[in-house]
Design a protein around this ligand. Structure first.
Ligand code: ZN
Length: 153
């Protein structure tokens, strides 16, 4: 199938999801021209902010293939991924993503993804969400990376 045909499937799934009262997004993970994961946005149904279509498709593909490492797979999605989903795509190892609607085009319906990408371009101290390091005096936050060598082991 062509990239456009896979994206068309995403748009059809997104349309169906919207008709069911959910947010209008869908995504597929494809390996060797076979669908191995399907996801639709279920944020409203689950009240889970991470319930984006791309996340659900990655989760389904990982379950289907028995691995979270999806390098070599391709992700297709109805809209360009938001920063959260792009982060999950990085974690999966997927390096090819094809989408229907760009973030810039999506801003006509929802400005949040474009805002989030703009925020990531700002210096940390200029962002709306403040990330502040608060290291305890009596615990080393590096310990969980090497639990056998930590002082409490
Ligand atoms: Zn997303």
């Amino acid at each position: 199938m062509t990239h456009q045909a896979w994206v068309a499937q995403c748009i059809e799934l997104a349309l169906d999801n919207a008709r069911q009262g959910q947010a209008p997004f869908a995504a597929l993970v494809v390996q060797d021209d076979r669908r191995v994961g399907t996801g639709v946005n279920d944020v409203k149904a689950t009240q889970d902010v991470a319930g984006h279509a791309e996340i659900r498709a990655l989760q389904a593909a990982a379950r289907h293939l028995g691995t979270r490492r999806l390098a070599g797979c391709v992700l297709y999605t109805s809209c360009e991924p938001c920063p959260m989903c792009l982060g999950a795509i990085f974690w999966s190892g997927i390096t090819q993503v094809y989408y229907g609607l760009s973030v810039a085009e999506q801003a006509a319906f929802d400005e949040l993804p474009a805002f989030q990408y703009a925020e990531l371009c700002r210096a940390a101290h200029e962002r709306r969400v403040q990330l502040v390091q608060a290291t305890p005096d009596n615990l080393d936050p590096r310990d969980p990376f090497n639990p056998s060598r930590s002082a409490g082991a």
